[in-house]
Design a binder for this molecule. Structure first.
Ligand code: PLP
Length: 424
């Protein structure tokens, strides 16, 4: 074997081994089902299909058309959407397309500030900045970790944005979309809802329903609480469908990663069957984890509001060395999380924020329930509060993880999560 190739194979095998023995708690990741993993290695990943179903610029798309048409049909059914475009290849790509569809250079976008949980693509650093939008942020209630609905409505009347954006990367409670709709109509604004983190919860009918509450466009990365392959789709109202389709192709994509779209279609079919049970358990697990961490002595945010209504939990660890140190110590014990900006942090210093963000979506997918969340909270206590050597805690982490190696809430429930579907 060529040594460079061997290097990559060895690193991939080591990565699999690491995750086999770890507790994956990064809120933006998930595990696809075994069927989806096999599709990700199919010939579809070698092909192009520019254009729409039945109207392609390339030959050879007969079966690709069947796959994309099925993905659209399933997404319409699951989300009760008037129009669906499954071609965006990522969340940032979908947001850029949505901005292209609804706004012009210099238009005003009202979105969540990054320290308040907004994603960089809603800000000057990424898609919104690339589109040349001016940006103003939602008034935010730091205690409730949510947009202040009354102040938001007032601000919509005052600044008259062209686009109002909801959704974020730290997303504990539903956003006031319904409250914004009336004001948006009065000032002629459109609403985009970025469902990245909460798509699996929306699919399982356990979170707000942004289309019914008044969003014109919902951008949907498909690989966070929704356990599909990395990529995205867009749901929208009929009156903006043509603008969205043109903004996606030719506006912001060419090849749309057809193997991922086959995997997306299968995940949509699995979610129609298992999505509700999965979403309920993700939230129950997040609430159990938050309560146990709080009882253990951690400064978990939003106790007065039940900590969370999503798959996420946030804690302020500034008194325990800060987010960077805590995340790094947890990693030494094979607990994989991320440090996170909180509203009181400086946006220009993202390297050492006061917070950590945890997600239960992947542990839930592996079959864990409330008792395991309480056990895991004890690992956090030992490392963060009792300052036990992380390497000592690691043995207990590996021991609990041993029994959770299979993917659940899918048709091939029970197959291994970490074995490669092909040999190398
Ligand atoms: C709210 C939100 N939108 C968009 C994205 C970007 O998605 P992607 O990484 O697929 O581009 C993220 C990523 O974490 C996110 O949290």
């Amino acid at each position: 074997m060529n040594s460079d190739v061997q290097h990559i194979l060895d690193a991939t095998n080591a990565h699999h081994e690491l995750f086999k023995n770890s507790l994956p708690m990064i809120a933006s990741e998930n595990l696809t089902s075994p069927t989806v993993r096999r599709l990700l290695a199919s010939d579809l990943g070698h092909r192009y299909a520019e254009g729409k179903v039945g109207h392609r610029y390339y030959q050879g798309c007969k079966y690709i058309d069947q796959i994309e048409a099925k993905a659209i049909e399933l997404a319409k059914r699951l989300f009760d959407a008037e129009h669906v475009n499954v071609q965006p290849v990522s969340g940032v790509n979908a947001n850029l397309a949505a901005f292209l569809a609804l706004a012009a250079h210099e238009d005003l976008l009202m979105s969540l500030g990054v320290p308040d949980g907004g994603h960089i693509s809603h800000a000057k650093y990424s898609a919104a900045g690339i589109r040349g939008l001016r940006i103003t942020t939602h008034p935010f209630d730091e205690k409730k970790m949510n947009i202040d609905a009354d102040l938001m409505v007032q601000k919509i009347f005052d600044v008259k944005p062209k686009v109002i954006m909801f959704g974020g990367s730290l997303f504990l409670f539903p956003h006031p979309v319904r409250e914004a709709r009336k004001a948006a109509d009065e000032v002629g604004a459109k609403i985009i809802y970025d469902a990245a983190h909460v798509l699996g919860l929306i699919a399982g009918k356990q979170f707000q329903d942004p289309l019914r509450e008044g969003a014109d466009i919902v951008t949907c990365p498909t690989h966070k609480s929704f356990p599909g392959p990395q990529g995205a789709l867009i749901l929208c109202k009929s009156d903006v469908a043509d603008a969205v389709d043109n903004a996606v192709f030719p506006g912001t994509t060419s090849n749309h990663h057809l193997h991922h779209k086959a995997g997306l279609a299968v995940t949509l079919a699995e979610t129609l069957v298992f999505g509700e049970e999965y979403a309920k358990q993700m939230i129950n697990n997040a609430q159990a984890l938050a309560q146990a961490l709080y009882d253990a002595g951690l400064d978990v945010l939003c106790k007065d509001n039940g900590f969370t209504q999503s798959h996420q939990v946030a804690a302020d660890v500034s008194k325990c060395g800060g987010g960077a140190k805590v995340a790094s110590n947890l990693e030494k014990a094979n607990i994989i999380i991320n440090k996170n900006l909180l509203p009181w942090d400086d946006v220009n210093n993202p390297g050492d924020p006061s917070g950590i963000r945890l997600g239960t979506q992947e542990l839930t997918r592996l079959g864990m329930k409330e008792p395991e969340m309480r056990e895991i909270a004890q690992f956090f206590k030992r490392i963060i509060l009792e300052e036990e050597e992380p390497e000592k805690v690691k043995n207990d982490v590996m021991s609990i993880k041993k029994d959770y190696q299979k993917v659940h809430y899918c048709f091939d429930d029970g197959e291994g999560a970490y074995e490669s579907p092909f040999r190398w």
